[in-house]
Ligand binder design. Structure first.
Ligand SMILES: [Zn+2]
Length: 619
């Protein structure tokens, strides 16, 4: 189903743990650090006028219902009308929602967001007839239409993609039953969310100085990175003991969610749930399987990293709760925003003058909302508005991570910029698979640049550690997640029942395999599967690994080859959603069907690890 909103990726990193009372009101932030949402609409009145216009457009689409097979002209007009609805929807929703994110307590924009959501649901219902009707047009007739009417050319990929998945579309009454079932089959995930994020209560823990800290899922991410080992250990034990009390319920929700996905895959006649999840973007199962086996072949550097951590932290035994501890003492990397812009500017120079000119435009023309203010949405995201320009929300607080986030989000933003400038609306939206490539390439280029210019040993160690943690968290850990999912679906498809004992045992075995013999795999970790929301989005996480690996490959090519690689890369950004992800990436110079990109990434990990080992040895 074609979506009307392209919120490309939204990434909410912080949980507000560091919020202090000194957070300013929005009106205290100078205008030059705020985004220009009036580039979308000059006023709320202009927004309202477009809202009314969208409403009035809906009956215009309905007139084509039942007539799409009657002629190329009707088909084209109907698709154009739907595109217009899509473009206006994107502007209406972007304006309301981003204003709301400026201060989530603002009721005016809450209500405008809500109104748009309701109108979009209506638009979705009104246009729901289009795809089934196109699918019902005999192939020969549709081909004739495409030859007759040049305007249909930009929908070529869309038609081909629909036809490819035709064999999985059921009869109209069956489709109706399936669509009505969605509300019911959503229950396992809803119950998981309620239990994990509303009902589950975590105890307080005390740090090394006896100070009490209240534990929450959001705070855990900060606590587990604390240099205070007692605090880490207590937080770890308290968090997992809490999950453990509900392990059977979590096993039931996860098991139910798996059964749901198996059900839909079966009735839609897929060979497996994995196949049904990957087929949307035409990704062969071999890509998924190769990923797991390539990581298996390259586990040795991760084991070495664990050993280094143990040595650097001067521990007799390293435990799971030590894995996120900083290897290097805190380094002062304070980077004011203007300085951060300079670093990103320099780091991305290898992408060429055209790219950096767009970057400059983004920096200076109101794309970015820089600082935190009272009530502002936490974390960071990039939001593309077709026909306007992309926007970036940050909560910049002068840390190195913030510079990296700036590079990352500008990667998404410029991807949207290029793709929207090049593609018609029909093929302008890129896939999740491609999205993280554009952002991570920038992150990697920034790191390479920082390593090049950094002479101070402490800082260098800090940067290497950042890199190693990124690969551990993104490539190794997410592959372990992907493998866990695959094993669970295989078992469930073979008729085995998903139980808490089975999940615990599987999770434990995988941790032993991935982290190796140098670390104590504490019993508490066995229930970690219970807290991962991504397991409710079947076969989703592997894209983090493919994205990171493709980005490593591309950044390497850009730095080594210069112009030819630069050109291919811009071509990738311009492609939007005009082809399948794997084909777009292949043209850019990276073949995700081969083990090479993952191998290159893990070799690089081993190389960086070697450097850190050397630095720590002389330290
Ligand atoms: Zn991202």
């Amino acid at each position: 189903m074609k979506k009307f909103i392209d919120a490309s990726e939204r990434y909410f990193a912080n949980d507000g743990f560091t919020l202090s009372s000194q957070v300013p009101d929005r009106n205290e932030i100078p205008a030059k650090y705020q985004w220009h949402l009036n580039d979308i609409y000059a006023s709320d009145e202009a927004w309202q006028a477009d809202f009314d216009r969208l409403k009035s457009l809906l009956p215009g689409v309905v007139q084509y219902q039942g007539k799409l097979a009657s002629g190329a002209q009707n088909l084209l007009k109907c698709l154009k009308a739907r595109d217009e609805i899509g473009i206006i929807s994107g502007k209406l929703f972007g304006f309301a929602r981003m204003h709301k994110d400026e201060n989530t307590a603002n009721t005016k924009f809450q209500s405008m967001t809500g109104k748009t959501e309701a109108l979009l649901a209506e638009a979705g219902a009104v246009t729901a007839f289009i795809e089934p009707e196109i699918l019902a047009i005999p192939e020969a007739v549709l081909n004739q239409f495409r030859q007759q009417e040049a305007g249909l050319k930009e929908y070529g990929f869309y038609f081909d993609d629909l036809a490819r998945q035709k064999k999985h579309v059921l009869s109209q009454p069956e489709e109706e039953i399936l669509s009505r079932s969605a509300e019911v089959t959503q229950a396992p995930e809803n119950i998981f969310n309620m239990l994990a994020h509303a009902d589950l209560k975590f105890p307080s823990v005390t740090d090394a100085n006896g100070k009490e800290v209240h534990l929450s899922e959001g705070r855990y991410r900060t606590l587990i990175m604390s240099p205070d080992r007692i605090l880490r250990q207590k937080s770890f034990t308290a968090l997992y003991n809490t999950y453990n009390q509900y392990r059977n319920t979590f096993a039931a929700t996860l098991g139910g969610s798996i059964k749901k996905n198996i059900f839909y895959a079966k009735v839609r006649k897929y060979k497996s749930t994995l196949e049904s999840a990957l087929e949307g973007d035409n990704v062969p199962i071999a890509v998924y399987e190769n990923l797991i086996s390539t990581v298996h072949d390259n586990l040795a550097p991760l084991h070495r990293y664990v050993a280094l951590k143990k040595k650097a932290l001067k521990l007799d035994t390293i435990h799971m709760y030590d894995m996120y501890a900083p290897l290097v003492a805190k380094v002062d990397f304070t980077t004011p925003y203007e300085e951060g812009l300079g670093l990103v500017r320099q780091a991305l120079a290898p992408l060429g003058p055209e790219y950096t000119a767009i970057l400059e435009k983004g920096f200076s023309s109101g794309w970015i909302d820089v600082y935190e203010n009272k009530g502002k949405q936490t974390g960071a995201y990039s939001w593309g508005v077709y026909g306007v320009h992309p926007f970036v929300l940050l909560n910049y607080s002068n840390r190195y991570d913030d510079v990296s986030t700036l590079a990352h989000e500008m990667g998404h933003a410029i991807h949207s910029y290029y793709s929207y400038a090049t593609q018609p609306y029909a093929t302008a939206s890129y896939t999740t698979f491609c999205a993280e490539v554009a952002s991570t390439t920038n992150e990697i280029l920034l790191l390479e640049y920082m390593l090049k210019i950094t002479k101070d040993k402490q800082r260098k160690m800090y940067l290497l550690n950042q890199y190693l943690e990124a690969v551990r968290g993104t490539v190794y850990r997410q592959t372990m997640f992907a493998e866990f999912e695959k094993l669970l679906y295989d078992k469930s498809e073979n008729g085995e029942t998903i139980t808490a004992d089975m999940l615990d045992a599987l999770w434990h075995e995988l941790n032993v395999r991935y982290y190796g013999a140098n670390i104590e795999i504490d019993k508490e970790i066995d229930v970690e599967w219970a807290r991962i929301p991504h397991f409710y989005w079947d076969f989703y996480v592997y894209q983090y690994v493919t994205g990171y690996s493709a980005a490593t490959s591309l950044a390497g090519q850009i730095l080594q080859e210069g112009q030819p690689a630069q050109k291919r890369y811009i071509g990738f950004l311009q492609s939007g959603g005009s082809d399948y992800s794997l084909s777009i990436l292949k043209k850019a110079g990276v073949n995700m069907a081969s083990p090479e990109p993952v191998e290159i990434t893990l070799q690089k990990f081993a190389g960086m690890l070697g450097e850190l080992e050397k630095l720590l040895a002389d330290y």
